[in-house]
Ligand binder design. Structure first.
Ligand SMILES: Cc1ncc(COP(=O)(O)O)c(C=O)c1O
Length: 413
């Protein structure tokens, strides 16, 4: 009889993990209050709940300004546009991230220049960034992936040396701090997502943080159809409507009330996972950088060695963990495997002069390819909200899948 749940055996954790998002009557009342107020939309921008959330979230991360908008993709597009980046410019992005990170430069009219990640953290490799800088380079978008942060000391150094802007993609990183500075407060802009799976969510939404008064005004203007936001109302922009409505903003305020407690809980159970998981042969912890001084994460990413799992790669092992009741998945392929860059499937909307530079047949990202196609497994945030007992079940499931790896489905199944 098979042991693994994926083959019909008994699951390690049939009761599952706590659901997300967490909500109660406070959230219901906040939404009802917006209904009663009659002030539902995002215009005039910002609405009262939006303005309150912007101020609270910016203060929590340590930035001067927050600009709330539709999602954590347009945030990065708006950041680049506010920085004056567009046609003919290049923006350096990592090869292991969600497609939005590369979409944003293209939406602003610029070319995403994709570079590999480091084997230690799977975040952007500073040496590769330095090598990719050309006279056209205008910005770097480091991504704080999973429970890690990009090496912001190195990124800031390279940016200063070459006069580049930095827009941090912090979709995974609300709450994180690097050497005492909040994620999203180190570069010119920090971009956050409030999409439903993210750890500070209203279902949809995104926030840009910045310490620069003028950049904040320009971002507010770009998301509000170009309306001028300076006191004399002279500085119009080429904007569109990327506003977020008051219902979402009200939910972000109630979610913010719970955030710090949830962050501490995940950080404590995350540390316990790091203690236990290395006991399982073939499991490698991507140790967090000691310069991360306040730890907060969306998903936790670890590595498996396929040889220890009878040759099975990350997708198969994650599916087996799922069957055992552990919320695990493989999130991102390397960027050169995204359909967006497959000419047979995608009509990439970039200027002709750029097209040849996005030819995936010439791209090679050995570290991101090994991570994305063979090693990386993401544990979802709720795995870290079931106490020590939840973590023990995760580790038990990993050990079980490894022990019975000969039962795992082969590539042809
Ligand atoms: C790294 C990263 N950047 C950007 C985004 C885009 O955020 P949104 O879904 O709010 O547009 C996401 C997730 O969705 C993400 O994981």
């Amino acid at each position: 009889m098979a042991e693994l749940a994926i083959r019909g055996g008994a699951a390690v954790r049939p009761q599952g993990f706590p659901p997300w998002p967490v909500w109660d009557d406070r959230d219901v009342d906040a939404v009802a209050d917006v209904v009663r107020s009659g002030n539902w939309g995002g215009f005039p921008e910002p609405g009262p709940n939006a303005a309150e959330f912007e101020a609270r979230f910016a203060a929590y991360q340590g930035a001067e300004h927050g600009v709330l908008m539709a999602n954590g993709t347009v945030t990065m597009e708006v950041a680049l546009k506010a920085l004056g980046i567009g046609w003919g410019d290049e923006v350096i992005v990592p090869a292991l991230t969600f497609t939005a990170t590369a979409y944003a430069p293209m939406a602003a009219g610029a070319l995403p220049v994709i570079v590999d990640v480091t084997p230690e953290t799977w975040t952007i490799d500073p040496e590769q960034v330095e090598a990719a800088v050309t006279p056209r380079t205008k910005a770097i978008i480091p991504v704080h992936l999973g429970h890690q942060m990009a090496d912001m000391d190195a990124v800031a150094r390279i940016a200063a040396k070459h006069g580049l802007a930095v827009a941090e993609d912090c979709a995974h990183a609300p709450g994180q701090q690097w050497e005492g500075k909040g994620a999203g407060c180190i570069g010119e802009f920090g971009s956050f997502s409030h999409q439903s799976s993210k750890i500070l969510t209203a279902g949809e939404g995104g926030t840009l943080l910045t310490n620069d008064d003028r950049l904040a005004r320009l971002a507010h203007s770009i998301i509000d159809c170009g309306r001028a936001k300076d006191p004399e109302e002279r500085e119009f922009t080429l904007g569109a409507n990327y506003r977020l409505g008051e219902f979402h903003a009200a939910l972000l305020l109630t979610q913010m009330d719970r955030f710090e407690e949830q962050r501490k809980e995940r950080a404590a159970t995350g540390a316990y996972f790091e203690e236990l998981a290395p006991q399982v042969e073939g499991v490698r912890i991507m140790a967090r950088d000691p310069r991360i001084t306040r730890w907060s994460f969306y998903n936790y990413i670890f590595a498996i060695d396929p040889d220890a799992f009878a040759g099975a790669t990350n997708g198969t092992v994650a599916a087996a963990l799922e069957a055992e009741g552990i919320p695990a998945e493989v999130q991102y392929p390397p960027m050169n495997r995204y359909d967006l860059f497959d000419p047979s499937r995608s009509r990439l909307p970039v200027a002709v002069e750029h097209a040849g530079r996005l030819d995936t047949s010439t791209m090679s990202f050995p570290v991101a390819e090994e991570a994305g196609l063979r090693q990386s497994i993401y544990l979802m945030e709720n795995t870290f909200r079931a106490g020590g007992e939840g973590i023990e079940d995760v580790v038990e499931a990993l050990a079980k899948v490894r022990k019975h790896a000969n039962e795992l489905p082969g590539p042809a199944e």
